[in-house]
Ligand binder design. Structure first.
Ligand SMILES: Cc1cc2nc3c(=O)[nH]c(=O)nc-3n(C[C@H](O)[C@H](O)[C@H](O)COP(=O)(O)O)c2cc1C
Length: 161
């Protein structure tokens, strides 16, 4: 059975919920065996265990979490042959239609180029986020339809030879 890692970095929890949603679809619809890992509580020692890898990060002040970024760099250094990699971020700006292009370019494409050099992911996306506000409410602009659609897209790629 194809083994899949979903590893994420989160500061406020939004990326964890998105990763969980993607994991559910990959398990239930595509019958993939999924390890869901919060990088703040566990390091990934051996990428070789996995056929497919998804790395996700929340964005704060324009930055990924350090552990999620380092996992991308680790993927590049080890360059595991034949592994499929997909990448996503949760970012407030990505959830605003007029700022999505900025977010996908700055937070995803540029980070991929910097960390992965010539290694190319099979898919990448930028989703909205959930920002905690000073009055203890949240501004949540995640689009769950888009998140599920991307999970299916990735599930089809991971299931193909
Ligand atoms: C202090 C702070 C700084 C933020 N900076 C950015 C930013 O630079 N760009 C952006 O698109 N979103 C920004 N956001 C929104 C976050 O990307 C959003 O809350 C996201 O869901 C965070 O992911 P996490 O909950 O997994 O940590 C910021 C949020 C906070 C609270």
């Amino acid at each position: 059975m194809s083994r899949t890692l979903i590893a994420f970095g989160t500061r406020y929890g939004a990326t964890a919920e998105v990763a969980q949603e993607i994991a559910g679809i990959l398990q239930e619809i595509y019958h993939l065996e999924v390890d869901l890992v919060d990088l703040s509580s566990r390091d990934i020692k051996n990428l070789q265990l996995y056929n497919n890898i998804i790395v996700g990060s929340g964005i704060k002040m324009g930055r990924w979490t350090g552990k999620a970024r380092r996992l991308l760099q680790q993927f590049h250094k080890k360059c595991p042959q034949g592994k499929k990699l997909a990448v996503f971020v949760c970012s407030g700006r990505a959830g605003e239609p007029d700022q999505y292009d900025f977010a996908i370019e700055r937070y995803v494409r540029q980070v991929i180029l910097r960390c992965l050099k010539t290694t190319k992911p099979v898919a990448y996306e930028a989703f909205g986020g959930r920002k905690p506000l000073p009055d203890h409410t949240f501004k949540d602009n995640r689009d769950w339809g888009k998140i599920r659609e991307w999970a299916h897209h990735v599930g089809r790629i991971f299931s193909s030879d």
